[in-house]
Ligand binder design. Structure first.
Ligand code: PMP
Length: 395
């Protein structure tokens, strides 16, 4: 029986750059002690106070079908939060609650791309981006960013690839680079969107993890609210990855259509999860800061280790839970370096190439293990890189 092109073309086939990750998982299952710095998940679970709220809601009876667009309480809470942070008038009619940011990314592209249309995304990129655009029936077209620009996209480069495209997907604070887009960058992005009549899909799931500068939402830029769909999530801000709770913010008429999509796909998000999310968002900054704090601390520690050596370069670590390290001085690709590091030192990192060719010659380190272990792993990575660079010089 034949399957649809839509599903068979989701991944492009061949090596997907996750070989190191799966090899590390295999080694762990064989009983080897591997230092795991690959995946972007907190090393803590959801806070007990949030779990208590979830439990109380479920036991209070909120276990049936919930309102498909989201509960009024959560939609109002998200709208108020966005309005306070951006100054853009936002009501519950601008908000659809989704099962996580991933479902929001998919819904956003279904809303703006016709089958066969082209959706732009920036390289390096979060692993699911091209597949998500293809899942919506569109063609996923990468636009390169450059290490020399700290991976801030250039207006000219987006312009160059914008011909025939209908949407542009951006992500700030960025996974995998850890970069936070500047006001200039976002102005440039907004210019291209307006000049080329593109929808902007703005993935802001790391908006509470900013270590340098401020998170700016491009929806707040002049004339952008009408063409921007913002993707948000409880996953990173409140360590609720498994709860699958996120949202899209957009113009009312888009949200109306997205509600129809939700009715015919997800049928909403469990009520007790939404109540837990409302509780968490209404608990104020302290809870969010508690969850972001370990990454802020580890990022400072990492900068100390990296500051004491010359071989490994650090892309400005301004936000999110990742460090993007330049290992080109070793002469290896990110992929060969990551494989060699796993074999010789039992440390698993993601090759930059897993996130697109723009990050070739880099590795991504997730700051998701205890401080001392992270410091020690980074020291080992630097020593290993220095040794490789020295051997290269000698050879
Ligand atoms: N966007 C980015 C950039 C991410 O890193 C992730 C998760 N790693 C997501 C979206 C999706 O997150 P979730 O579906 O858990 O909200």
């Amino acid at each position: 029986m034949k399957l649809s092109h839509r599903i068979t073309n989701l991944t492009e086939g061949g090596s997907d750059g996750w070989d190191v990750f799966y090899r590390a998982r295999r080694m762990i299952s064989e009983g080897q002690a591997i230092t795991e710095l690959t995946i972007g998940e907190h090393d803590i679970g959801t806070d007990p106070v949030i779990l208590d709220a979830m439990d109380a809601s479920a036991r209070g009876g909120h276990t049936g079908y919930a309102m498909v667009p989201g509960t009024d309480l959560l939609r109002d809470t998200v709208a108020a939060r966005v309005q306070i942070r951006t100054g853009v008038k936002t009501t519950r009619d601008n908000v659809l609650i989704t099962p996580g940011g991933q479902a929001a990314l998919f819904a956003a592209h279904i809303a703006v791309c016709n089958p066969g249309d082209t959706g732009l995304f920036l390289d390096p990129y979060y692993a699911t981006y091209p597949g998500t655009i293809r899942a919506a029936g569109a063609i996923a077209r990468p636009v390169q960013t450059h290490a020399m620009d700290a991976f801030q996209p250039r207006e000219s480069e987006i312009e160059r690839f914008a011909g025939g495209a209908v949407s542009l997907l951006i992500n700030t604070p960025n996974n995998p680079t850890g970069v936070v887009y500047s006001q200039d960058t976002l102005n440039a992005v907004a210019n291209v969107c307006k000049n080329r009549d593109l929808w902007l899909v703005s993935d802001e799931v790391y908006d509470t993890q900013v270590w340098e500068g401020n998170h700016l939402s491009p929806r707040a830029l002049p004339d952008m609210a009408e063409r921007t769909l913002v993707v948000g999530s409880m996953s990173k801000s409140h360590a609720m990855t498994g709860s699958r709770c996120g949202w899209i913010i957009g113009p009312e008429e888009v949200v109306e259509h997205l509600i129809n999509l939700a009715t015919n796909t997800t049928y909403g998000v469990p009520g007790f999860i939404q109540d837990a999310a409302s509780f968490a968002l209404n608990s104020g900054h302290k809870l969010e800061e508690k969850i972001a704090e370990p990454f802020r601390r580890r990022r400072s520690l990492a900068m100390q280790v990296l500051g004491g050596q010359q071989t490994v370069g650090l892309i400005p670590a301004q936000g999110a839970m990742y460090l993007m390290l330049d290992i080109q001085a070793t002469g290896l690709t990110g992929d060969s370096f990551a494989n060699a590091l796993l074999d010789s030192h039992k440390i698993a990192v993601m090759p930059g190439e897993s996130f697109g060719m723009a990050a070739a010659g880099h590795i991504r380190v997730a700051m998701t293990i205890a401080d001392e272990k992270l410091v020690s792993a980074l020291q080992t990575i630097c020593d290993f890189a220095a040794q490789l660079a020295e051997n290269r010089g000698a050879g």
